[in-house]
Write a new protein. Sequence first.
Length: 260
Amino acid sequence: MKLNRKSSAHILALAAASALLLIAGCRQDMQDEPKMFPQRGTTMFADGRSVRPQVEHTVARGQLDQDQYFYTGLIDGKEQNMMPYPVTLEVLERGQERFNIYCTPCHSRVGNGDGMIVERGYKPAGNFHDPKRMGEPLSHYFFVITNGYGAMPDYSSEIKPVDRWAIAAYIRALQLSQDATMADVPAGVQVQNLKDIAEKDGLPASYAGPWPIAVDTDANALPKAGIYAGAPGEAAASSQSQRDKASETNAAAGKTAASH
Ligand code: HEC
């Protein structure tokens, strides 16, 4: 078949137009890739989630978690009194930092269970200095952070296992700091009396006094609805002066621990 000039020009124009369309199509695809964005929904999966949960009974690379004690704090289902890695000053400092971020709101800086949230009506958090908790094996602290305990939520998604252990080690240091005797002081080191320090620095006598310990009663067994609905501090307003006193002594106690 022989094409005349006019119709071949037509075909050429048509080819050019479809080529342009094709190129535009490609460009569109490149610019707007059919990929999933984090936290954005999709119609592709029945549950609408673009971020897929891990397939059950599978182990992703780097998730083998072979060291059972490191990840669970248990050996044969029992808590143990040992660290899964050596404790250095660096580990304790990391533990102190993480403890002060995640635990003090409820347990207070000295770990007596009378943190700010407790003072505002939350169930008193465990006092790390009572005989029962002093006697707990070290991995108990790891286990509680990992799994929660009673009214305390777990912190497994916020705190990595390595840091949970660092916190556990720091809690031991905290316990020791409040329960040390003269026998623990290395030879040749002089210990100053806290009362003398307070007097010298012109601090109130309560600086060196004992801390108040939160008391568990039915009334504060659960967070009060008023705390969330009302103005901050409203729920505990009646015991305002008591709380003032408590935080004063707490601050003092925190200072004691920090100066060790
Ligand atoms: C939101 C407040 C809150 C925070 C934050 C919190 N706890 Fe607690 N914790 C509690 C309460 C409340 C209890 C007492 C639970 C009960 O008796 O129902 C408790 C109890 C405990 C106990 C005692 C368990 C026992 O054997 O009696 C340990 C150990 C503990 N917490 C460790 C921690 C550590 C470590 C952190 C920081 C990673 C932390 N908690 C953060 C509220 C908190």
